[in-house]
Design a protein around this ligand. Structure first.
Ligand SMILES: C[S@@+](CC[C@H](N)C(=O)[O-])C[C@H]1O[C@@H](n2cnc3c(N)ncnc32)[C@H](O)[C@@H]1O
Length: 255
């Protein structure tokens, strides 16, 4: 899919679905993402935070409630997504969050102490566009600002598909609106812009539990996997081990 088709995909998804699954079916994966974001935002204690590709703003608003002394700003290029943030915001009691329509490929006005993305940049259809987005994020950070990058990588995707194969399960393909990162290529590019503080695969144990063990149980029972099944719910609490899932967290400090 090209850039416009992907943008239409998100516009349509937001206008058809305002539930907690409008940005991903995988409800519990978002719990993991929320937990690592909350932990790191508390650790770096920034004055202001930008959530780029915030979707319906559910994660932004939860974080803002947890950190009432920090100003949050959520950005998304989909006007329908930003429209949906209004309902999320109205049903909350917080006053430290704003939302704005914004395309990460445009230069950003304003400076932030900390910026995060959760599965946003994988919606840019080429590495060239992803590099522009990363450079714009770099420019929108203060001197030693922090970028928490939660995005999908092809290496972890291939690894869990190899395990699925051993269990006699079919490969899960990358969705057509997604363009996953290649780790080595990314690290080569960001070397001039950021210091890599740490990185961890936050989806490995979760994917082994949900996409291998639970998938095999469903396969043998002839039932369709349910994203709300207890295997997903309990897998949120497992420690992060291995490289068997696509989603990684990279903690990047501006150079
Ligand atoms: C997979 S959803 C994730 C949403 C949210 N971060 C979450 O965790 O629920 C990706 C989001 O990125 C947004 N997005 C994709 N490309 C973008 C761009 N170029 N600029 C701003 N937002 C973008 C989409 O509209 C969508 O809401």
């Amino acid at each position: 899919m090209n850039f416009e088709e992907i943008k239409d995909y998100w516009e349509n998804r937001a206008s058809e679905d305002s539930s907690a699954q409008s940005t991903t079916q995988d409800f519990y994966l978002r719990e993991i993402e929320f937990n690592v974001l909350a932990q790191n935002i508390e650790k770096y204690s920034p004055n202001n935070v930008a959530d780029i590709g915030c979707g319906d703003g559910r994660t932004t608003v939860r974080l803002a409630r947890k950190c009432p002394d920090i100003s949050f700003k959520g950005f998304d290029y989909s006007t329908s997504m930003i429209k949906n943030t209004k309902a999320v915001l109205d049903s909350s009691d917080i006053i430290n969050t704003l939302f704005e329509v914004y395309d990460v490929l445009e230069g950003m006005s304003g400076l932030f102490d900390l910026i995060y993305t959760t599965r946003c940049l994988i919606n840019l259809p080429s590495w060239e566009l992803q590099k522009i987005a990363i450079s714009n994020i770099h420019n929108a950070l203060i001197g030693d600002g922090v970028y928490l990058m939660i995005e999908n990588f092809i290496e972890g995707q291939s690894n869990f598909n190899e395990v699925r194969k051993k269990f006699g399960l079919s490969e899960i393909p990358i969705r057509e609106h997604n363009h996953f990162f290649e780790r080595e290529r990314l690290l080569g590019y960001i070397d001039d812009l950021f210091d890599l503080q740490s990185e961890v695969n936050i989806s490995s144990t979760y994917y082994l539990a949900s996409r291998v063990i639970y998938s095999k149980i469903c396969d043998e029972a002839g039932i369709i996997p349910d994203y709300f099944d207890d295997h997903h719910r309990f897998a949120v609490g497992l420690p992060f081990c291995g490289e068997y899932g696509p989603v990684r967290l990279l903690i990047l400090k501006k150079k």
